[in-house]
Design a protein around this ligand. Structure first.
Ligand code: PBG
Length: 335
């Protein structure tokens, strides 16, 4: 830097000046986190008055339909715009063809109706994927070698998405990573007259090791055994491929796209938002939740401050909203 910029022995630029008072910190703040950004993932189980904790996710419970409906009302009071529903499906309902996925009387479909009945203004986002319904825990229908068959799976996903829309889902969210499923689901919904059911595509979903606690929560971990999802979920080494996936899903008719997991993939959120400028969401997944809780419970990190900082990071990266198991905590902290 040339000497002439310095008018004295002080620093040429005092970046700290704007940080000196709360008013100027507020005025220059680039990003904010609000309750409008939050989507709360919830696990639903069979039964009445049942509330079952998930061991690896402290504070997260599998709720029976009645308690789910009660909780939905509280979420509206907290100002949370939407939930993402995940069913815990009994062993007797799992099969090779995952037919329970599109049963109009299945738990998942009953849960949608129960929530819309109790809290009509709460957006209901449903998971379109077969893993809760398959005996092997894969997201699709497999051949004799265990390979997940793309086109057969897409046919079943369309039936599943339709059953969810018929039950009242506002948003269907394919999380399965089959090729062509967004276009097929969009066409199915259009043909059935569900023109305003939105599609949130898990467009860039990585074959991540951060999903472990979720698989415990829905009981698919044991079924999956030592199996993996490498033949359909994305390689964590890739970034261009995420753009390709997201662009395809938008072209096929997705209204929103999601990047998953969250914190380890903030660079992907930023690239996708910059290049595609579409509504973009991040999923702070179960493993991220579990590791934060472990640190909080040990007194190693300060719970409230870190929850908010971890969520603000998604806004800074360009996300329009965040699926997070901390949604209730964050909503209370922000109010
Ligand atoms: C599967 C699905 C997964 C999650 C949501 N839907 C995990 C997987 O691919 O096995 C993970 C969510 C989380 O970890 O919080 N369709």
């Amino acid at each position: 830097m040339s000497k002439s910029l310095h008018r004295g022995p002080f620093p040429g630029t005092r970046m700290r000046r704007m940080r000196a008072d709360d008013f100027s910190r507020r005025l220059m703040r680039e990003n904010t986190l609000s309750v409008d950004d939050l989507i709360y993932p919830m696990f639903v189980r069979e039964g009445q008055d049942q509330r079952e904790p998930v061991a690896s996710m402290p504070g997260v419970e599998r709720l029976s339909l009645d308690l789910l409906a009660e909780e939905a009302k509280q979420l509206v009071e907290l100002g949370i715009p939407a939930i993402a529903l995940f069913p815990v499906v009994g062993k007797d309902k799992k099969s090779l063809d995952a037919a329970e996925a599109y049963n109009p009387n299945a738990l998942a479909q009953k849960a949608i109706a129960a929530v819309k009945d109790a809290a009509p203004e709460l957006g209901v986002i449903t998971d379109v994927a077969l893993d809760p319904y398959t005996t092997h825990g894969q997201d699709g229908i497999i051949d004799d070698d265990g390979y997940v068959l793309n086109d057969q799976t897409v046919e079943t996903l369309c039936k599943q998405a339709l059953a969810q829309a018929d039950a009242g889902a506002d948003v269907v969210a394919p999380s399965d990573m089959m090729d062509g499923r967004i276009g097929a689901v969009r066409q199915t919904l259009e043909s059935a007259g569900h023109v305003n059911v939105r599609i949130l595509s898990y467009a860039a979903k990585y074959a991540s090791s951060y999903y472990g606690p979720f698989r415990d929560a829905v009981g698919s971990a044991g079924n999956l055994g030592g199996g993996n999802k490498y033949s359909y979920q994305m390689d964590p080494a890739n970034s261009d491929e995420a753009l390709h996936e997201c662009a395809l899903d938008l072209a096929e008719g997705a209204d929103m796209i999601m990047i998953k997991p969250g914190m380890p993939y903030l660079d992907i959120i930023r690239r996708v938002k910059d290049e595609l400028a579409a509504p973009t969401y991040a999923y702070q997944v179960s493993g991220e939740y579990a590791m934060h809780c472990a640190a909080f419970d040990n007194g190693w990190l300060s719970r409230e401050a870190v929850i908010l900082e971890s969520l603000l990071a998604f806004k800074r990266a360009g996300a329009d909203g965040i699926l997070t198991y901390f949604a209730k905590d964050a909503a209370k902290l922000l109010s």
